[in-house]
Unconditional design. Structure first.
Length: 151
């Protein structure tokens, strides 16, 4: 009597050892290329969002206005987009606006002037490369002081 033996082939191990696809360097280069394509469209979207916040902020006079939530959501959208394209200062200004609104809600108050300062900062930070770094640093510190003044 003879026994037949079968050689077992582990397909998973074979697939893991089979080298296909991109190298890490190639993948990073390809991803950077796709980001460049999206960059201008995203920066245009950020500009439109800043203008939208500006228009909303002009109309809001009370904390219970539903547009306050829309300002918050729009600023949050800027945070997300700014982070992808290394617009740290812009993201910080948008975050500061969100924090300001959160503190307004906790204190049950509203200040159109404080929001206007943040909207102006968003416009400056969108084109941060056109401004003196010291100016931008002072602006960030000023925003922090404005937010901290709301208890």
């Amino acid at each position: 009597m003879t026994a037949k033996t079968f050689k077992y082939e582990n397909r998973l191990a074979k697939a893991l050892n089979y080298k296909t696809g991109l190298t890490l360097k190639e993948a990073v280069t390809a991803a950077d290329g796709r980001l460049v394509e999206l960059r201008e469209r995203t920066l245009d979207e950020i500009d439109q969002t800043v203008c939208h916040i500006l228009e909303l902020a002009k109309q809001v006079t009370r904390l219970d206005d539903p547009q306050v939530q829309e300002i918050y959501v729009s600023a949050n959208r800027i945070i997300a987009m700014a982070g992808v394209f290394e617009r740290t200062e812009l993201g910080e200004a948008a975050y500061s606006l969100c924090e300001l609104i959160t503190r307004f809600r906790a204190a049950d108050r509203w200040s159109t002037a404080m929001v206007a300062v943040h909207v102006d900062a968003l416009q400056v930070m969108r084109l941060v490369q056109a401004h003196d770094p010291g100016h931008c640093k002072a602006l960030r510190e000023g925003l922090r002081k404005v937010v901290d003044s709301v208890a």
